[in-house]
Structures are given as C-alpha cells and as structure tokens.
Design a protein around this ligand. Sequence first.
Ligand SMILES: Cc1cc2nc3c(=O)[nH]c(=O)nc-3n(C[C@H](O)[C@H](O)[C@H](O)COP(=O)(O)O)c2cc1C
Length: 308
Amino acid sequence: MPEFVIFLHPVPGSPGFDAELVDRHCSHLATLAREGRLIAAGPFPDDPDGGMVVGIFDSKDAASAFAAADPFVQAGVETAEVRPWLMARSGNGFLGRLPPEPGTHPFFLETLRLRATTRCFAPKPVAADLVRALLEAAFSAPSEFNLQPWRPIVCDTQSDLLRLQRCCFGQPQVASAGLAVICAVDPAVFHEDAPRAVDELVEHARWAPEERENQIAFVRSHYKDARAHSILNGAIFGHQLLLAGLSAGLLGFWLGGFDDEILRGEFGIPERVHIAGVVGLGWPGGPQTPLPRRPLEQVVGFGAWPGR
Ligand SMILES: Cc1cc2nc3c(=O)[nH]c(=O)nc-3n(C[C@H](O)[C@H](O)[C@H](O)COP(=O)(O)O)c2cc1C
C-alpha cells in the first residue's frame, strides 16, 4: 500500500493564511478524500502554521505533485516535504507478527464491519459533484456481460425526496437522507444491447470475432425471463453505490419497502422495468451500532451445504 506523509512547513515571513486560502486547501484535500485516498490531515496544535497530510498515492512523484498543487504551497505560505510511510493496520498484521487479514484498502474491512443501516442523517446536502462521483463509482460495478442495464433515478432535492418518501410508506429515513437512488433496471437492455456488449467483448479480446453471432444469440436467449437477472444486477449496482458512499464518509440504507405501483406512477417508470430497491445516503447524524450477525460456524458450509 503506497502511503505517503506530506509535511507542510510554514515559510518564515510569509503573509499567512486567510479564510479563502484555507477553503481552497480544504477543497484540495477533499479531492483526495472523494477517491478514498485521504487517511488523515490537519494542523499541529503546537504549531498551527504547519500540518500534515497522510494519503495513498501511486508513487512518490504523484504524492509530490499533489503536495505541489496544494494552495498553501502554491501561495508560498508553506513548503511540502514528502516521505513514504508504512502504516501499521490490521491488514498488514500491524507490521508485526500478527497474521495479516485479507483486503488491500487500509480501512475497507473495518468500514464493512462497522456498517449499519442508518435512518437518521445530519441536515446537510450531498454536493452535486460528490453525487456524480458516487454514481460513477456505482457504474463501475460488475454486470452480466457488462450490459450495464441500470437506469437509476436520483433524488437529491428535498422535493424529490419527499415525493419518494410518499412511495415508501412514509418511511422517515427517505426524507432525512441527502440522496436516494431508485435502482431501476431495464430488462430490454439484455436483448437490445446484446450486439453492442458482445462487440465490446470481442474488441477487448474476450471472444474471437467468429463467436460474435453465437454469443449474441446466447445472451438474448439467456435473458428471456430477465426479472431475476434484473434484480441481481440492480442490487449489485445499489450496493456498490452504498459502499462508495461509505468510502466518502456518508452512511446509508437499503430500502425494499415501497409501493411498486405508486412509485412507478410518481417517477414515470415503465411497466417492463424492474426495481431492485432504493439506496439512500447522507451525512452522519449521530452514533450507530452494528447489529449482530449469525456466527459463521452456523451458516457457512465449506465444500458442502451447511445443513441448516
Ligand atoms: C433489500 C433490503 C431491503 C430493505 N428494506 C428496508 C425498509 O424498507 N425499511 C427499513 O427500515 N429497512 C430496510 N432494510 C434494512 C434492514 O432492515 C437491515 O439491513 C437489517 O435489519 C440489518 O441491519 P444493518 O443493515 O444495520 O446491519 C432493507 C435491507 C435490505 C438489504
């Protein structure tokens, strides 16, 4: 895991910070946070003109470029010193003799373990560029034959969230969230987009060109009854959206309690389209406690049906 520390040292005699410069510095850090690459950042209380950023970068050059683009550095208020760093964490056995746990993102396993359905959020909107980044992350989810049959409907204004809430038996978390996405899936894609998807897979050398016609026919026949596949692909999309939100510091929920007919009518969703569920995200509004899970020994079968 290529982690780096950027030490920001004050430049003696420089004009110092103003609020606008600090805002620009924070926006710069936010770009790193949105990509899940900011581990920690902040000033030193005993030397508030200096500070530190700990992040994940592909190389020392990339870390140095990020440091050089920092508005504090650009304004000549601070200089940056970049050093590679090894972060002790559960995934690497705390760099000691504990057996490392699987997973490559420093906080990913912890984030998954601590996730809990959140139904009450801080009254703070999710900025439009973050909504877009989350949707892009969700669209990188896997889908069968890379058909990407998702046609999500995004509600990120109070009026749209209230419209959605009315379709969800008035469940309060919908209006409390900063963002809720109806995970709709168009099964027509499985038929209509089959040639495009197969051509793309041929272009990327997954299949030989002479297999094209057979593969298109296979895709089309495989998805004759596409309801189960739609729900499967839609749920994967929705959960990737939820996890993307967690990585950006948001909390969220899955919601299956909606009136299908009312929801379709309200948002103009055609009859053929399937709705896998609604995913909501928002800024934390208070502490949350994960619910317990069944012990693995009781529910997992290794190489055989677990018997329960
Ligand atoms: C597909 C799906 C649909 C759900 N629908 C609702 C819902 O309509 N209302 C609700 O309050 N919670 C809903 N939940 C949340 C579950 O109640 C929650 O995930 C479960 O109790 C476990 O709690 P946890 O997510 O905090 O671990 C849903 C969860 C899933 C996966």
